[in-house]
Design a protein around this ligand. Sequence first.
Ligand code: CA
Length: 233
Amino acid sequence: MRILLVEDEPDLGEAIQRSLSRDKYVVDWVLDGTEAWNYLDNPQVRYTVAILDWLLPGLSGVELCQRLRAQQNALPVLMLTAKDSMADKVTGLDAGADDYLVKPFGMAELKARIRALGRRSQSLQPQQLQLGNLCLDYATATVSVQQEQAIKQAIPLTAKEFQLLEYFMKHPNQILTRDQLMNQVWETEADPISNVVPAQMRLLRRKLAKYGCDDLLETVYGLGYRLNWDHAS
Ligand code: CA
């Protein structure tokens, strides 16, 4: 799970980041509302939950939340604030926040609320992704292919191949750069200059070809890769 934390108090921000990182969350921490919007507005990074402080330099937590909802972005938002009045809570929730935590709070409560928001975020995900004759099933973590009249066949993919194909299936007909794939499919500590993406692409393609999906993933030279899907077929 990747979390965006926007908190301008250095001690509090650092404590939250350290505590959540220990729980295996990937935490991007920023101290300024305007900079936070650059993170939220970046389609290349997807967060599971955003923790927004109310009062921030640049854009406030409420303004960030309003902007997200104006873009139909349903990212779960936990608002942090020192404001404990009912009117303020109503303002925060009306802006589209999902939950509200009043400072000072305990780390255990913060984590419990993040877990609850994370579960909600995951339950909004579909159980299956269908694209042409390919079907990706989240419950069983398998991808199967249906060729003409033949029976559905499961393609034996490794975890990484599955994650890579999932990302392509979510972005059909878009050119995805090596950096994008690196950011979304690999852990943050992975070596960005390694050849891991092209190597993994070769393996994935070889498997897909065995199941009749030879032309699914195309190399767009100098730019990246694209999953070609003809809506009409
Ligand atoms: Ca603040």
